[in-house]
Design a protein around this ligand. Sequence first.
Ligand code: PLP
Length: 380
Amino acid sequence: MSNSTKLIHSIPVDPLTGAISVPIYQTSTFVQDAPGEHRGYDYARTNNPTRAALEKIAAELEQGHSGYAFGSGLAAIDAVVKLLQTGDEILAVDDIYGGAFRQFTHIYAKFGISVKYVDTTDASNVEHAISGKTKLVWLETPTNPTLKISDIAAIAKIAHQHGALLCIDNTFASPALQLPLNLGADIVIHSATKYLGGHSDLIAGLVITKTKELGDKIKFIQNACGAILAPHDSWLVIRGLETLYLRVREHCRNAAAVAAFLQTHPAVDQVYYPGLATHKNHDIAACQQTGFGGMVSFTLKQDTEAAAVTVVCGTQLFKLAESLGGVKSLLCHPATMTHKSIPVEQRRVAGVKDSLIRLSVGLEDAEDLVADIAQALGKL
Ligand SMILES: *Cc1c(COP(=O)(O)O)cnc(C)c1O
């Protein structure tokens, strides 16, 4: 049976009523028959049936053992970092999501958890940088915003040889295109705000673990720290997941069309899309992903903030907004928006140039999207 069929049918029919949509249990507590005698649920921070349904679906979707739903992607990341203790080190991909950078650097550094950033597209950089202190290797692949690809299987081997866990932020690829746990990762996190929710109408995060042991630790942190996803938002993520494979297939098709167009445009310098044969990491993307995703970034020949602003303010269908993975196409200027919290020197090293523009290619007609970008580039 295909993964998309499995996903649709992993969404349970309500055993009580036969409701085909998972019911929203909007409750804080559950009545007990006698002290400690309940029907599997006692208090809704600890467990809620709607959230539990999402958590089980997510675990199956990533082919892991356990899944846990959090109030945001950053809350999911936070729960994973809380597996560590003072003195431990995180080894992370250099063009990491800005919010993860901010959390690692400005929250966890003061608790004595250090972080080292390396270009993980070359696995030997991980091999060189990893030490006895490294307890967590953190990858995004593809990365945000330059869509670098790292070899999950090779880096899993290096992490495990050194006794570190490997966590993949699978937000950009989504499980429809990439299953990191099958490639050797221990943990997957998602900003479910993006492709999993898929409709730009919620903020949510997920942690999925390969083993029960790791899952139990995340569960303990989730309950102890309390950054849970609310029942209604859990339901919205489930509702989004029903069409995940369908949406991601179209996102990929549209993104490929937009990337091909950008490559031919005289005002465009570099196009970052893992599906292009010219992409530096195309081969490894083709090997570990079943598609190349809906995100495309590009720089302008005129590499200035002003030129980028002209383009991002000149589109009509592509709306200027942070975030990605929704039905409507979005675009943003990472240097002044999503990546503002990363120091400029480090931003440049990671390839976030002043004119870099990031597109989240949505589900409109590809021809309309190409025409929109063409007229915006025409304003330069
Ligand atoms: C958006 C995003 C996050 C953070 O998720 P929130 O739901 O906004 O907290 C983490 N990683 C990546 C790659 C993202 O795009």
